[in-house]
Design a binder for this molecule. Structure first.
Ligand SMILES: [Zn+2]
Ligand SMILES: [Zn+2]
Length: 251
């Protein structure tokens, strides 16, 4: 929902700490290929994608990897248009990697972008691509990590020694094997009170401990959790993420 949450005047929603202002969750990954070319990939394009892309001074975008098709993860897709026009001149449409379920929803919601019958002239230059178990993109391997979001099977991603898992309510046993030896884990943790489709902070702490990454950041945090106060209660190697947080990763 973002923080402040609309209509709410709780202490976190009215906090003056900039860490308590949270746009919808997303991640940006930047790296340089050996010949020096910069590559930029995002995971999910939520309704705040435009504002986040401006903040990150994005001047190009090479691919998007989607976790699932809920509004808070896809509704910024139309704002790919200007970036896609830039990249298309050089290398064709921007690939959007997604599961079959996510693809079907994106095609329905953004039919004016994806339908072969669309007559909309300024549609984004993007192309939906099936997501395999492992997807190699510009020298980086993205491993699909199946997780549950309530009754919905969705995906997280592992790249190098980092994993990004959002909107998780359960992690299948087989996915833990994909999460061994991590330096960095980004994992959703909504609040203390149980929720049907999101893990509590206690559940995510237990998973963080089991996965054993050197550093874990929690994301997809509801307004029930104040940044400073919650961080004081967490182990040293687990912290709440915040908007604009930047971390070096090993690919
Ligand atoms: Zn969701
Ligand atoms: Zn979500």
């Amino acid at each position: 929902m973002g923080v402040p949450t609309l209509g709410c005047v709780c202490p976190v929603c009215t906090s003056t700490d900039p860490h308590d202002r949270r746009l919808r969750p997303s991640a940006l990954l930047r790296w340089r290929e050996p010949e020096g070319r910069e590559r930029v990939v995002v995971i999910d394009t939520g309704p705040d994608f435009r504002e986040q892309a401006l903040r990150a001074h994005l001047t190009r975008l090479d691919a998007v990897f989607y976790t699932h098709s809920h509004a808070d993860h896809i509704f910024g897709l139309d704002d790919l248009r200007p970036l896609s026009f830039i990249v298309n001149r050089e290398s064709g449409p921007i690939p959007l990697f997604a599961t079959a379920e996510t693809t079907a929803t994106l095609e329905r919601i953004f039919d004016y972008t994806f339908s072969p019958h669309s007559t909309y002239p300024n549609r984004a230059c993007v192309q939906l691509k099936p997501l395999g178990e492992r997807t190699e993109f510009c020298g980086v391997e993205f491993i699909r990590v199946p997780v549950m979001h309530g009754k919905m099977a969705i995906v997280g991603y592992r790249f190098g020694k980092t994993a990004y898992l959002t909107d998780v309510s359960a992690i299948p046993e087989s996915s833990f094997a994909l999460l061994e030896g991590l330096d960095l884990l980004v994992l959703s943790a909504l609040r203390h009170k149980p929720h049907p489709t999101h893990a509590t902070i206690e559940q995510s702490l237990a998973w963080a401990k089991r996965i054993g990454a050197r550093q874990t950041f929690f994301t997809h945090i509801a307004h029930a959790l104040g940044h400073e106060e919650t961080n004081r209660s967490l182990p040293d190697n687990v912290r709440l993420a915040y908007d604009g947080l930047s971390v070096p990763v090993t690919l």
